[in-house]
Ligand binder design. Structure first.
Ligand code: ADP
Ligand code: 5GP
Length: 188
C-alpha cells in the first residue's frame, strides 16, 4: 500500500526545479503540485496566473496573511511568496501526495508543522553553471540575477539540512533520481 506524503523541494533560482518538476508531474499525475502565491510580476510569455503562481498584489497577499490563508510565507529578493493552506490540506485529506516548491526558510517552517514531510534539495552542478542557466532563461535583469546568485550561495550552504540532494546536471538523470525518491518514499 502506498502512503501519501508531503514533499518539500528547494534549490537556488535557476538550478532547474521547475523544469525537473514539470517532468516528474508528467510521470505522476496523481501528485498534487501546490501553486504558491507571490507578489512578483509574471515572467512575460513564460508564466500564467494560476499555473506557475497565483500572482497577487501586495494588498491581496497581506489580506491572505491576515486570514491565515498560508501554511508559510517568506520574503525572497524583495517579493513575498506563500503556500496557500486550503488546497494543500484538501489534497492531503483526499489522500494525494503533495509537492511544495519553496525556498529554504519556508522549508524549515513546513518541517515544524509537518515533521513527516520529505525534503529534497535540487543543486546545480556548480555556481558557474547556475549563473549560465539563470542568464539563459532571460527572465531577470542583470541586477536581479546577481541578487539571486548571492542568495544562491547562502541556500547552497543549507543543502545538508535536507534528507535528499539531487544534482541537476543531465536533466533526465535528475528527473529519474527524483522519481526514485518519490516512489521509495510513498512505499515506506
Ligand atoms: P528554477 O525553477 O530552479 O528557477 P528553471 O526550471 O526555470 O529553474 O531552469 C532555469 C533554466 O535552466 C531554464 O532555462 C531551463 O531550461 C534550464 N535547465 C533546467 N535544467 C537544466 C539541465 N539539466 N540542463 C541544462 N539546462 C537546464
Ligand atoms: P521564483 O521567483 O524564481 O519563481 O522563486 C523564487 C524563490 O521563491 C524560489 O526559491 C522558490 O522556491 C521560492 N518560492 C516559491 N514559492 C514559494 C512559497 O510558497 N513559499 C516560499 N517560502 N518560497 C517560495
Amino acid at each position: 500500500m502506498s502512503k501519501a506524503k508531503l514533499f518539500v523541494i528547494s534549490g537556488p533560482s535557476g538550478c532547474g526545479k521547475g523544469t525537473v518538476l514539470v517532468q516528474l508531474l508528467e510521470r505522476h499525475p496523481e501528485l498534487f503540485y501546490s501553486v504558491s502565491a507571490t507578489t512578483r510580476a509574471p515572467r512575460a510569455g513564460m508564466e500564467t496566473d494560476g499555473v506557475q503562481y497565483h500572482f497577487l498584489s501586495r494588498e491581496a497577499f497581506e489580506e491572505m496573511i491576515r486570514r491565515d490563508g498560508f501554511i508559510e510565507y517568506k520574503q525572497y529578493c524583495d517579493n513575498l511568496y506563500g503556500t496557500p493552506r486550503q488546497p494543500v490540506e484538501d489534497a492531503m485529506a483526499a489522500g494525494r501526495s503533495v509537492i511544495l516548491e519553496i525556498e529554504t526558510e519556508g522549508m524549515r517552517e513546513v518541517v515544524r508543522q509537518y515533521p513527516d514531510c520529505v525534503t529534497v534539495f535540487i543543486a546545480p552542478p556548480s555556481l558557474e553553471v547556475l549563473a549560465q542557466r539563470l542568464a539563459g532563461r532571460q527572465s531577470e535583469s542583470e541586477e536581479k540575477r546577481n541578487k539571486r546568485l548571492r542568495r544562491a550561495a547562502e541556500e547552497l550552504m543549507r543543502k545538508n539540512d535536507y534528507q535528499y540532494v539531487v544534482v541537476n546536471d543531465a536533466l533526465e538523470d535528475a528527473v529519474e533520481a527524483l522519481d526514485q525518491i518519490y516512489c521509495a518514499e510513498i512505499e515506506k
